[in-house]
Design a protein around this ligand. Sequence first.
Ligand SMILES: [Zn+2]
Ligand SMILES: [Zn+2]
Length: 171
Amino acid sequence: MLIHLRELYGKQDKAHISDKLDISDIVSNHLSMNSAGLVQTEADAIFEAGRVRVNAHVHVDLELICSRCLVVFEDPLVFSYTELFSNETPKEDEEPADKDDTVNYVTEDKISLVPYTKEHILLELPMFPLCSDHCKGLCPTCGVNLNDEACNCTKELTDPRWSGLKGFLSK
Ligand SMILES: [Zn+2]
Ligand SMILES: [Zn+2]
């Protein structure tokens, strides 16, 4: 997944990069990830306004672990990202034309998109994955998955915020 910056500089050609990336290193470091397929990245690089703009489209099929019921579920992750690259030295007093356009000033001619794709995958991953918005989670007493079955554990008010109120009501 290499972008040849100098080949694009000053030209109007568009370079297309299509690649599959293994992210087992991310899976093994991420507690809520069970597995991941190969990451398919389709990117276009084009010279524009003095720098190379890369628009990348990413698709990866993930298996995540629900943070409430611990069940493994499939969750395809699809997103796009943009990165700007320049071989020039940044001018210190230069105001960025667009505040959202952060330029990566690099000295290499060939830029690998791998670290950028990995970084954006980490940003896109949900902090607390849920198998469904309505996931009921596990019973805190007996541990059954409340999405699959009900249990006979007491449904009494166990929230400590209510215990004072309960004592007050029983007086
Ligand atoms: Zn769940
Ligand atoms: Zn229970």
